[in-house]
Design a protein around this ligand. Structure first.
Ligand code: SF4
Length: 462
């Protein structure tokens, strides 16, 4: 064998010696839903139908059991029921499409089940919530400049158009607003009707020329009638200062069938064409946490968006303990997104400090280490940033923290702009802002600090 060939062979074999082993595989098929007892007679036509998917959303543990049969043991069912009664901040809502991405032979450890149908026994017994956890941990409601419109960054706003989704994630950061009320959480309600709210949001965007970028979210825009969404986006495209529009939908993965319906495709096509003709970037941001969730139907829906003129379909996953907190899980997902999904890996958010989320959260030091571990495998433009959304600050790359007390698990962060609630308080620019690691991950001295802290600051009963 010639010397260059020997070298090539050595290089080819080298991936087996890398910390992460990548090998392209063209295999990409929809998991066969007929392996699931409740879907064994479902036709391909029904499976592809958004109406069928919606009619068969799983909303209760009883329905989950009927679908999964013996794969969901009695003890698992009771564990989920106990969680719903005592810990869950979101109600159950899982589309069949998502159930079909679970490993039904091992539901106990399946990553998708772990975040969509959590067990009580998985939550942290001693510290289910961090003492600093809050319902609206990012203060999005405090920063509403109109109902549902959060103005946190100088040039960007978040428009929460509706409070529902076609799937409810156990770790939802908007658990304060999104979804049905549950025993642990009485949800916030919008006061203003939706048409009036959307008009007020548009009026704010027209008069606020420093805003150029709008994240159109919820909830999930997949739950909005396509005609209503289209009217809103077309009106926004007439506002000269709006240069970037990002539509947020986990539903692209949870129920891609929605995006493959004729009237939805036509509405999205009109939005894309108008955006392109006005020189505005329109993109779709989805939320996928595990490689198993990227299927040919998801890829088909994403590629339709790209073909219409959407600048990109990007993924904003959430970094979750027990779901994707390893180099392999993150890179497997990123490669599936890029190689098969037509989706750009963009962010992994650290799970926010909402109540009862400690068992999902990872400490900052682990997030930093994971960021290190995923560098260099993907093209730079699709190497995701792992970000910490620091209350009153905003998203920061995990290595940007100013200082870090690893014993108490407190990281300190700076910022370079004022949020909408600090415009008359320039001192806010010079403060340090805190973020907290999950207490069970701290050394004993750190755990002791928090036990004593709680004795001195007992939770309010209000
Ligand atoms: S899709 Fe997004 S907004 Fe809806 S429940 Fe999940 S995390 Fe929350």
């Amino acid at each position: 064998m010639s010397e260059p060939k020997k070298k090539a062979k050595a290089a080819g074999d080298a991936s087996a010696h890398q910390p992460y082993e990548y090998r392209y595989s063209s295999a990409f098929v929809e998991p066969d839903w007929r392996r699931i007892p409740g879907y064994k007679d479902v036709s391909a036509e029904d499976w592809r139908s958004a109406i069928w998917q919606k009619r068969n959303f799983v909303k209760t543990v009883k329905q989950f059991k009927e679908v999964l049969g013996a794969h969901l043991t009695e003890s698992m069912s009771h564990d989920i029921l106990k969680d719903q009664a005592e810990r869950a901040t979101m109600s159950m809502l899982i589309p069949p499409q998502m159930i079909n991405t679970m490993d039904i032979q091992d539901l106990g450890t399946d990553p998708v089940r772990r975040y969509m149908a959590p067990f009580f026994s998985e939550r942290d017994r001693t510290w289910p919530s961090h003492p600093m956890a809050m319902r609206d941990s990012l203060h999005e409601h405090d920063m509403w400049v109109e109902e549902g419109l959060t103005h946190r960054y100088p040039t960007k706003v978040l428009a929460e158009l509706l409070p529902t989704c076609p799937q409810y994630c156990g770790h939802c950061t908007r658990m304060d607003l999104v979804g049905q009320s549950v025993p642990q959480v009485q949800k916030r309600k919008f006061d203003v009707s939706q048409p009036e709210r959307l008009d007020r949001i548009l009026a704010y965007l027209r008069k606020t020329r420093q805003v150029r970028d709008v994240v159109v979210s919820g909830g999930d825009i997949a739950n909005m009638p396509a005609a209503v969404l289209e009217k809103f986006i077309l009106a926004m495209l007439d506002i000269e200062n709006i240069r970037d529009i990002r539509l947020a939908s986990k539903g692209l993965m949870g129920i891609p069938q929605h995006f493959l319906q004729d009237e939805v495709l036509k509405a999205f096509d009109r939005m894309a064409k108008k955006a392109v003709s006005h020189g505005v970037s329109i993109a779709l941001h989805t939320h996928v946490n595990h490689a198993s969730q990227i299927t040919p139907l998801v890829a088909e829906a994403a590629r339709k968006m790209l073909a219409m003129g959407f600048r990109d379909v990007r993924n904003q996953g959430v970094l979750l303990r027990g779901v994707n907190d390893s180099q392999k899980a993150l890179l497997d997902l990123c490669f599936k997104l890029t190689d098969h999904g037509g989706i750009t890996p963009y962010y992994f958010y650290m799970c926010d400090m909402i109540p009862n989320s400690e068992h999902w959260r990872v400490p900052l030091r682990q997030a930093q280490s994971l960021q290190h571990d995923i560098m260099g495998y993907l093209p730079g433009f699709s190497t995701p940033r792992i970000v910490c959304d620091v209350p009153f600050v905003g998203k920061r790359w995990t290595h940007q923290c100013h200082s870090y007390d690893r014993v108490k698990g407190i990281s300190y962060w700076t910022k370079n702009y004022l949020t909408s609630i600090e415009l008359d308080n320039p001192e806010a620019l010079f403060k340090l802002y805190e973020y907290y690691d999950p207490i069970d991950t701290l050394p004993e001295d750190g755990q002791k600090y928090w036990r004593e802290w709680v004795k001195k600051n007992p939770p309010s009963k209000a």
